[in-house]
Design a protein around this ligand. Structure first.
Ligand code: AMP
Length: 273
């Protein structure tokens, strides 16, 4: 496995790779969720690139940029064992200049849900993903459905800017107890981990109601809020795949999204119906 830090060097190196390139952008501290993206990329491409970059522009003042879990040595091993061909590990100086052209997340869909508590977060995400996609120029790029709003906005960016890459959504990987895997789960104490299970339980509750043919969004959201209590809820929302509010669940076109605060850790999860 080749490891490169310099973006220009990556571009040069990939010129010698005339194959289908699959790309998995990450912030490191890799877990089974990341691995399922890598696995899918391996299956569908001839050459797999993973990037590890904790992107400063998507963190707001006071967020966990400086304490974000870092496991470079373990991550390199995991990538090697997973059969990654190129690991791109840039630093902030290599990725950003001063007074740059920037990207702006869309006014509505970039500033609702996670964008409400993290205004500007998605502009930073789009900025770095645009850079990464231009450096690697993959055939396909893999993103987790767990970060549904991020996935939606990246797909929108690729359409809006007529980019050639195919964005591939990948299902959420969970712990055996139901908690969606996340690099930030290491912040949770044992008690908080137990509390956090209310999030996936609330989604199970939504599934049960829909299976009983209750499609009314307000009723499903109420039942979810009851399951989540006493967690501090950032949002519980039922949207269509275009991120518009739904009064009633439409099977095949619905995402149920939840974000709650467990201790000081913001956790998100969702259900695609
Ligand atoms: P991150 O390192 O948290 O920025 O995540 C990198 C990529 O992995 C993103 O596309 C995430 O949506 C995806 N991802 C994170 N957690 C999971 C998970 N539990 N299951 C599937 N994909 C995930």
């Amino acid at each position: 496995m080749k490891i490169i830090a310099n973006p220009f060097e990556v571009k040069e190196y990939l010129k010698t790779v005339p194959m289908r390139i699959g790309f998995v952008p990450t912030m490191g501290a890799l877990h089974e969720g990341h691995l399922s993206l890598i696995k899918k990329a391996k299956e569908e491409n001839d050459f797999v690139v993973v990037s590890i970059f904790v992107n400063p522009t998507q963190f707001l003042q006071g967020e966990d940029l400086d304490s974000y879990p870092k496991k470079d040595a373990a991550d390199k091993k995991i990538c090697e064992l997973a059969g990654v061909d190129l690991l791109f590990m840039p630093n902030a100086e290599g990725m950003y200049g001063v007074d740059e052209v920037t990207l702006q997340a869309p006014n509505v869909r970039g500033y609702v849900l996670e964008g409400t508590s993290r205004p500007g977060h998605f502009s930073g995400v789009l900025q770095v993903v645009m850079k990464l996609l231009n450096i690697v120029q993959p055939t396909k790029a893999y993103f987790g459905k767990k970060d549904a709003q991020q996935l939606h906005l990246i797909t929108l960016m690729v359409q809006n800017f007529y980019m050639s890459v195919e964005i591939v959504p990948v299902d959420t990987v969970r712990e055996s107890d139901g908690l969606a895997m996340s690099s930030r789960n290491v912040y949770l104490s044992q008690e908080e981990h137990q509390e956090a299970l209310k999030i996936s339980k609330s989604l199970k509750m939504a599934t049960q109601l829909v299976m009983q043919k209750n499609f009314v969004s307000s009723e499903i959201k109420n039942a979810m809020r009851n399951t989540l209590a006493p967690l501090e809820i950032s949002y519980v929302e039922i949207l269509n795949r275009n991120f518009e509010l739904l009064q009633e669940v439409e099977i095949g076109n619905t995402i149920v999204l939840v974000e709650a605060l467990v201790g000081r850790t913001r956790l998100l999860d969702n259900l695609w119906l």
